[in-house]
Design a binder for this molecule. Structure first.
Ligand code: ATP
Ligand code: MG
Length: 176
């Protein structure tokens, strides 16, 4: 099973993210992330044997996720896949601790954190036109301003379907 942990928006925030994705799509081309797929990845586990699922669900449900807020105010891009994302110009210490605590909880289960630094972002577009995802061009989009108030994390399965992935929530952390 291909699994990852993420923050997923409530319907109102999902609506706002989808509107930003649509605005970016008009500017950059490509394909906007469908509303139900918008998320912020906290920890990507990749392919995991199904036998580990129970332990991961227990970990998720018991995970003490303090409520917090992440402010998005800029766009960025990854050349691979023509990704345009929504991110933040400032570090977010509470989200960084959440990321660290989650990986710390995952370590005893045999999962190791990536070496790459954590870059909180929400993928808005895929296959955007190369010249349109230039940072200077993206800076011409109206500056996004969005506060994501989160209260919990989700364990999500990524299911390949027709050359794309769709996501299925498997477990959520409770409120603590
Ligand atoms: P597709 O690969 O079809 O474009 P996707 O990237 O949304 O779809 P997945 O590849 O299953 O679907 O990834 C699920 C989430 O995990 C996405 O947010 C993706 O950016 C992130 N992700 C995927 N691979 C890694 C990785 N190696 N390291 C960190 N995050 C990753
Ligand atoms: Mg992918």
């Amino acid at each position: 099973m291909r699994l990852f942990f993420a923050l997923r928006p409530d319907p109102a925030l999902g609506e706002r993210l989808a509107a930003l994705a649509e605005q970016a799509r008009r500017h950059c081309g490509g394909r906007a992330t469908p509303r139900a797929s918008l998320h912020l990845t906290l920890a990507f586990l990749g392919e995991v044997p199904e036998s580990r699922l129970d332990a991961l669900i227990r970990l998720t449900e018991a995970f003490p996720c303090p409520a917090g807020s992440w402010s998005a105010d800029r766009y960025g891009s990854f050349p691979h896949g023509g990704i345009v994302w929504l991110g933040s110009s400032r570090p977010c210490p509470p989200l960084e601790s959440l990321h660290r605590d989650l990986w710390q909880a995952l370590t005893p289960l045999g999962f190791a954190p990536p070496r790459r630094p954590f870059l909180p972002h929400v993928t808005l577009l895929r296959h955007a036109a190369p010249e349109k995802r230039d940072p200077c061009v993206l800076a011409r989009l109206p500056r996004p301003r969005l506060d994501w108030h989160y209260t919990g994390i989700e364990l999500v399965q990524s299911v390949a379907e027709g050359g794309r992935h769709r996501y299925r929530g498997l477990a959520s952390s409770g409120r603590h």
